[in-house]
Design a protein around this ligand. Structure first.
Ligand code: ADP
Length: 426
């Protein structure tokens, strides 16, 4: 079956957020890790989100990766491709939003592109082309101090113009409130005047539904999960979705095997979740200094798990309280210690999977990324949410057979998250 909506996400976390948003709004969705191998067998899905890491790389590299992802998506039938950017429009004058938008449009034969990072659910709104983060204009929000992409201008028409060759226009809220017909006419008028990208206002979800409907008539759009929501609802409304909106239920069909939890997040929420898990499951606290000293701590952890895991889920955690983390960082450096621990937790995860774990919870954004990379999982089908923003995932094309996973960013989930996650995985 051809896919209806393709998306190219400029980073992994953004891709997961979009894939979850599309699923919640009725599209059966797969998220790939990188550009998939041509041989990857896709299940029947409405949408595919290709996760790339192109937000802060040189523009020419971003264009190369995005256009090859675009070819993969078009070959599988995607008639519309959403270029998923950050809802705070993270970019510099060198790109990458302008150059990638233009390259994707050119690859599809040209045509004007609707652009909006609005995502009202997370407080990102656009009015008269100006992006607001909560109650603040972008240039007064914490994004003004972002280490990689400091944002000093809230006027997205200006921001995008600086990183584009073509002219950038605006579709304002008055046009959007007047409905799809007026938006379409405005887009056509801008296109006839030589404009190649149009920043669109959006304050409420209904604005994004209007934009989604019109964007679907074009080949490419650029936006955040909010535009994804608009596109998904427009597709469901059009009656083109075979699953009829019941997108995610069967994703959690049982996979069997053993279950485990690996934690590398040191966030307050994760530390609390570990305390609660200790009441009902065996929990091993790794010694971070021994972990950095050599392979013995890893071997000891695997042996500890081996003695217990047949009887039920086990938890292995590198996570520690802030004082311990700061001490380790001052000894080994922040990046080096973080990276070394991610490597260790990813090796432990892979060893657990090699010993039969098929239901896996990983706590920590970077920790999850390292684990998924080491397991070389090519793609995931998105299932129902365990907690806000954390769906159950089912592997697609995984060499070790089907697995169910929950990949949790540090602060997500309630204090019984681990038990709640395992209760949804059989
Ligand atoms: P979060 O989603 O909470 O930010 P991440 O996994 O993204 O979690 O980041 C946590 C980082 O802390 C990882 O790099 C991990 O390797 C590192 N880490 C885990 N345990 C410790 C520890 N005991 N001391 C220092 N760093 C640690």
């Amino acid at each position: 079956m051809a896919i209806l909506l393709g998306s190219i996400a400029d980073d992994y976390t953004g891709a997961s957020d979009l894939a979850n948003t599309l699923t919640k709004n009725g599209l059966r969705t797969v998220q790939t890790v990188g550009i998939p191998d041509p041989s990857l067998a896709l299940p029947d899905v409405d949408a595919v989100v290709v996760s790339l890491k192109i937000r802060s790389v040189p523009a020419s590299d971003a264009v190369t990766a995005a256009t090859s992802a675009e070819r993969w998506l078009r070959q599988r039938g995607a008639s519309h491709v959403l270029y998923k950017i950050c809802s705070t429009f993270d970019s510099t004058d060198a790109g990458n939003i302008g150059p990638v938008t233009k390259a994707l449009s050119d690859a599809a034969g040209g045509g004007i592109v609707l652009v909006t990072p609005a995502f009202p659910e997370t407080g990102r709104t656009v009015y008269l082309g100006h992006l607001f983060v909560g109650g603040q204009p972008l240039n007064e929000s914490p994004l003004k101090d972002h280490p990689l992409n400091p944002m000093h201008d809230a006027n997205l028409v200006r921001v995008l113009t600086r990183q584009s060759h073509g002219a950038v226009g605006l579709i304002d809220l008055t046009a959007i409130a007047a409905g799809p017909g007026v938006v379409k006419a405005r887009l056509e008028a801008l296109s006839a005047a030589g404009v190649t990208a149009a920043v669109a206002d959006a304050i409420f979800e209904r604005d994004l539904e209007t934009l989604g409907e019109i964007a679907l008539e074009t080949a490419v759009s650029t936006g955040a999960s909010g535009l994804g929501l608009g596109l998904a609802r427009a597709l469901v409304h059009s009656g083109r979705i075979s699953s009829g909106g019941a997108a995610s239920g069967d994703v959690i069909r049982p996979v069997g095997g053993l279950s485990a939890i690996v934690a590398g997040s040191c966030s307050k929420a994760t530390l609390r979740q570990l305390e609660v898990a200790e009441r009902s499951m065996p929990v091993l606290r790794l010694d971070p200094e021994r972990l950095l000293a050599g392979p013995d701590e890893i071997a000891a952890a695997i042996s500890w798990a081996g003695d217990r895991i047949a009887a039920g889920p086990v938890v292995i955690a590198a996570s520690a309280a802030p004082e311990t983390v700061t001490r380790l960082q001052s000894l080994y450096g922040r990046e080096a210690s973080g990276h070394a621990i991610e490597t260790a937790t990813s090796i432990i995860t892979a060893e657990l999977v090699a010993r039969g774990v098929r239901r896996l919870v990983v706590a920590g954004g970077e920790t999850s990324g390292a684990a998924v990379d080491r397991l070389a999982i090519p793609a995931f089908l998105i299932g129902p949410e365990i907690a806000a923003g954390v769906p159950v995932l089912r592997t697609v094309g995984n060499a070790q057979g089907d697995m169910l996973l929950a990949l949790k960013s540090g602060n997500f989930g309630g204090e019984d998250f681990f038990a709640a996650a395992l209760a949804m995985m059989h």
